[in-house]
Each structure stands twice: as structure tokens, then as C-alpha cells.
Design a binder for this molecule. Structure first.
Ligand code: LLP
Length: 420
């Protein structure tokens, strides 16, 4: 089994859940709960797995900043050899602030504003991944105003279905807002060819998120590569192919994407086309390297249910509520006993949709006990909110036995900053 296959990183020592060489309970004691805890070595290990799997082709791992954009994490991933996939001015700012080279940044998103386009051009990003004809016209306009030439690839909507766990994370079919319909792509490149402010250098796809099988990637890739050769015959010779991200990881008992198996399919095809390969993994780099520590406040019983009320909820992890996402939950310390029953693990937010798990079979924890919610490194903090006047939790990075607070817990003053 290669490094391409995932195993869960947090282990138990003497019955105590640990991150690297540090007890999770000690972190909760020191920094309070709820608390995001990240194992940075795990993230670096994941980057290495991608580099190794794709070593036979010139490649760029453009880490998808939206999964977790913390500056310290970006800095470590940059040092491990990642560029960035960004989707806004704010993510450009983060990526640059973390020291990621502009030449290693690709910019996706269906709604790029003029100001965002101008900023990315002035910084000299590697390329725009363009999602519509209107956007390409706008990039042309902004680039010519600035006297610059915009490097771009078209994000092709290949109309390929990828079976992700939720419809909201499917992006590769014609019914989603993403990309340019593949039948219209060629004309758009032709239009751009003669414009001095546009340089067609690549082609892009991103078919969805939490995909565990390489088959839909191959189907979409075949379609994109057909376009590449057609364009080549017309003298439009591209330099990169971006296959996007979306590589799945195990949340429950299911397996994640085997990155080695994916590479075995993708590398020969892209290499034969003479293209540099760009990948945009987010979740598969940081997802399983993070846990959320949360403390039980109450155990509440209704006639029909047992509710474990904890101090973290949909404001810290919206995935269960928004996508029906499953996250493993376990007690941080062994040493309690009791029968397994069915419970709902819920947060303090005033919404019936505020839960971390529903109908979960587990021992009923005691008030005061600490729980760890797994696989929150991606789209955990990144999607956190201040709803219900919540202060977003601290984020802590663990490197072996070294612990760093990489984002402070928000204060009450933070909640009202900028308000009159
Ligand atoms: N590239 C593009 C253009 C994307 O839109 C995304 C994710 C990625 C790369 C990275 O995908 P990843 O490797 O992380 O799956 N909030 C959802 C996931 C939404 C993903 C949006 N785009 C969730 O919590 O499952």
C-alpha cells in the first residue's frame, strides 16, 4: 500500500487521543474549547504523497486555499512545494501574504470582478481559469487597460457526472454554473487567439468534490484532451492542463481516492499530450489532519431522543447540516464505560439543523467530557461563522510535540469590529 492511500492520523496513547506527541485533552485545557487542532506533519505527508504519485510529469500542486486558508498552514504547504488555487481577492491576499509565488497561483471562480482581475494581473499570477465568455471579455478589457497580457485556460464543463455524496459538491455537469460548455470552448479559444491582451496557455476542469474513484476524472480528461488536440491542429498550443481537485478522503468507513491509482491513469495521458499538469487538491491535503475538540455541556433526554449538547456546532462545522456530511466523533479519553445507544450530538445554536451527528450510536458521554470530531481540517474553520454571536474558535498547529496557536480565539471586541 503506497502513501496514496489514507490512514487516519490521530492515535491513542494510554487511552488518550493524541495529536503528534501532544495529548488532545491538554490542548483543550490550555486553549479552551471548541478548538481546531491540526497535525501539520500529516498535511506535509499528504503533499509528499501527491509529489511522489505525480513525479513522472512536470506538475504543480495548486493547493485549494478555500479548504483551509490559515496563513501558517499556507506557509508550510508552500515550503512543501505547493502553489495555490484561489477563488477571490481575499484568497490572493492570503496566498501572497503566506509567501506563495504569484507564478504558482491559478484563479478560478464564476464571478471574478474587475478589481479582482486587475489585482491578479498586477501580481502576475500563473493563469486565470476562465468560466465564461463574458469573463474572458472582461479579462481582455482589464488587461488591455493595464497594458498587460493575461495568461488563461478555459475551465471546461465536460458534462460528466461524478457521484459525490451530495449534489452541492458536483460541478462537472451541464446543470451547474461552473465552466464553459465543452461544445463552446473551441470558439472561445479562437476568439482569444487574435487578441494581444490574451494568451491562451491552458485548459482546466474541476468535476466536483469528495470523489473517490478515478473513473469520472478519466472520462472528463478524455473529453478535454480531445479539445487540446483539436486546438493544437489549429495552431493553439497549450502549456498546462489543470484537472482540478476534489479527491475524496475517508470520513466514515469508506475509502478515499487512491492518489497512486489516479496518477497511473492521468500521468500517461497528460504526458502524451506534452502538457504540464496542475492539480488543485484541498480536502485531500488538510482534511484528515484536523480535529475539532468540543466539550459536553449537557445531556438532555426527550421522550424520543438523547441529545448530547456540546459547545461546538454548525458555526464551527457546517458540513453535517449543509451536506449531510458524516464526521466520526469519539471521546478524547477512554476510561468511561457505558452502553452504546443512539444519540444526536448537537450544538448550542438556535436551529434544529444545528447538529454534528444525528442518530449516532455511541456511549452517552458525561457533561464535562471532551469529544473529538474528526476530519475537520478542510471546510471546518473555512466555513465557520459568527452566527448567534459566536466567537470563532482558536486554531492550533501541532508539529511533533511543538504547539503553535495559528489563530487566536475571537474576542467579544472582534465581534463588533467595524460596526458603529
Ligand atoms: N478547485 C476548484 C475549482 C474547486 O472549486 C474546489 C472546491 C477545489 C479545487 C478543491 O476541492 P477539494 O479537493 O477540496 O475537494 N465545502 C464542501 C466542498 C466544496 C468544494 C468547493 N470547491 C465540503 O465541505 O465538502
Amino acid at each position: 500500500m503506497g502513501e496514496g492511500v489514507l490512514k487516519r492520523p490521530f492515535s491513542r496513547v494510554d487511552g488518550e487521543l493524541c495529536c503528534g506527541g501532544v495529548r488532545a485533552a491538554d490542548l483543550a485545557e490550555r486553549f479552551g474549547t471548541p478548538l481546531y487542532v491540526y497535525d501539520v506533519r500529516r498535511m506535509e505527508e499528504r503533499v509528499r504523497a501527491f509529489h511522489v504519485a505525480f513525479r513522472d510529469i512536470d506538475h504543480l500542486i495548486a493547493y485549494s486555499v478555500k479548504a483551509n486558508g490559515n496563513l501558517s498552514i499556507l506557509r508550510r504547504l508552500s515550503a512543501a512545494g505547493c502553489g495555490a488555487d484561489i477563488t477571490s481577492r481575499g484568497e490572493l491576499f492570503r496566498a501572497l501574504r503566506a509567501g506563495i509565488a504569484p507564478g504558482a497561483i491559478v484563479f478560478a471562480g464564476v464571478g471574478k470582478t474587475k478589481a479582482e482581475i486587475a489585482a491578479a494581473l498586477e501580481e502576475g499570477i500563473y493563469a486565470f481559469n476562465v468560466e465564461s465568455a463574458g469573463e474572458l471579455e472582461r479579462i481582455d478589457e482589464v488587461a488591455s487597460e493595464l497594458g498587460l497580457c493575461a495568461r488563461f485556460g478555459i475551465r471546461v464543463n465536460p458534462d460528466v457526472f461524478a457521484d459525490t455524496p451530495h449534489e452541492y459538491t458536483r460541478t462537472g455537469t451541464a446543470t451547474t454554473k461552473f465552466g464553459v460548455p465543452w461544445e463552446e470552448t473551441r470558439d472561445l479559444y479562437r476568439w482569444a487567439r487574435d487578441r494581444s491582451s490574451l494568451d491562451p496557455v491552458g485548459i482546466d476542469m474541476h468535476i466536483g468534490s469528495q470523489i473517490v474513484d478515478s473513473e469520472p476524472y478519466v472520462r472528463a480528461l478524455e473529453r478535454v484532451l480531445t479539445l487540446v488536440s483539436e486546438l493544437g491542429r489549429e495552431g493553439i498550443v497549450l502549456e498546462y492542463l489543470d484537472i482540478g481537485g476534489g479527491f475524496g478522503i475517508p470520513y466514515d468507513v469508506e475509502s478515499g481516492m487512491d492518489v497512486d491509482a489516479l496518477a497511473a491513469e492521468v500521468v500517461p495521458r497528460v504526458k502524451a499530450a506534452g502538457l504540464k499538469l496542475i492539480l488543485e487538491p484541498g480536502r485531500s491535503i488538510v482534511g484528515d489532519a484536523g480535529i475539532l475538540l468540543t466539550r459536553v455541556e449537557y445531556v438532555k433526554r426527550s421522550r424520543k431522543k438523547v441529545f448530547v449538547v456540546v459547545d461546538g456546532g454548525m458555526t464551527e462545522l457546517i458540513r453535517p447540516s449543509h451536506y449531510g456530511g458524516y464526521h466520526a466523533i469519539e471521546a478524547v479519553s477512554d476510561g468511561h464505560s457505558g452502553e452504546d445507544v443512539e444519540v444526536d450530538v448537537v450544538g448550542p445554536i438556535c436551529e434544529t439543523g444545528d447538529f454534528l451527528a444525528r442518530g449516532r450510536i455511541m456511549r452517552v458521554p458525561e457533561p464535562g467530557e471532551l469529544l473529538a470530531v474528526h476530519t475537520v481540517g478542510a471546510y471546518g474553520f473555512a466555513m465557520a461563522s459568527n452566527y448567534n454571536g459566536r466567537q470563532r474558535p482558536a486554531e492550533v498547529m501541532v508539529n511533533g510535540s511543538e504547539v503553535t496557536v495559528i489563530r487566536k480565539r475571537e474576542t467579544l471586541e472582534d465581534l463588533v469590529r467595524g460596526e458603529e
